[in-house]
Design a binder for this molecule. Sequence first.
Ligand code: AMP
Length: 365
Amino acid sequence: MKTENGSARPLPPGATIGILGGGQLGRMLAMAGARLGLKSHVYSDEPDAPAFQVAHAYTLGRYDDEAALKKFSEACDLVTFEFENVPEDTARFLTAHVKVAPGPLALATAQDRLLEKNFVAGLGIATAPFKDVTSAVEARRAFEALGGPCVLKTRRLGYDGKGQQKVASADEAERAFTAMGGLPAILEKFVEFSFEASVVAARGHDGAFAAYDPSQNEHENHILRRSLVPSPLTTQQIAEAESIARSIAEALSYVGVLSVELFVGKNGALIVNEIAPRVHNSGHWTLEACLTSQFEQHMRAVAGWPLGDAARHSDAVMENIIGFDHDEWLNLARRPAGLHLYGKNEARAGRKMGHITRISPRTKS
Ligand code: AMP
């Protein structure tokens, strides 16, 4: 998408954006793109991918099927991702055939908790104290060095609390390492936070940056239950959260929407937990409470369009519809709120089936 003089040439309406991954995030990206006249081509290995239902075109294929990926890349003007655990080889293969945004550096950094923590700490941004752990003995030593309690997390493929365990002693740390399959891990100190927050932000090809108001996030069983805006953060903390997101986006030469999950310490300090190089569940409230949702913002950013207005015009509470909550769809539909159901064929415990956002007039500037 770069012209010869290096300036970005926007993809025009009618262009096709490839979306790797077919979950609800891909579905909402495709819907937002459609509003701007951009077509979406979704690639997923799941026959019932929710995003297939709303896309201009889709490919059902494995992430290592190079013939299918090549055909997909030829059908797209640009490819983006809706999940961060894209296999490295898939990302490399696509990058060789088509423009890809965000780029491989962001994916590689966010896929590996050790790289991610080192990267964030290297920018002078606070993280929980952590240690690299590659053996049971190291797990014990790391616990002794950090002091407890701690959380052992596998370096790769962890999300929604998967691949992590809280440990209260060196013995437990050692046992947890073995129980988690002896995979490379990090041990990090458990943060006694006062609440969790996140900041969703976008960076364009031209370096333009826009951040949404940070939300307060409440989790149940390690899964996001609700996000609230405004959060209890002060104006100064909001500015700090934005500046953290901007530093991260700039250091990654990031293009698209990203999210930074934060712990807000009892003393008010902001501590980065993790980076998600994609649209994020804690940004779903932007669909109702902002002129430009995070989904439209991502499509604008990757397509080289001007970023949209990220200002919040309303207060919002976004609640996830998880597992069998979905059975209540008719009662949910009676509420004066924005209802989103993801078209998943089967409810399962812990599965995100939809979300609902209640808005009210903005109370805090
Ligand atoms: P993660 O998979 O790293 O996003 O962790 C999922 C959730 O586990 C977080 O949103 C927190 O609620 C909790 N958690 C993870 N790491 C820590 C930590 N170091 N201290 C306290 N809580 C944590």
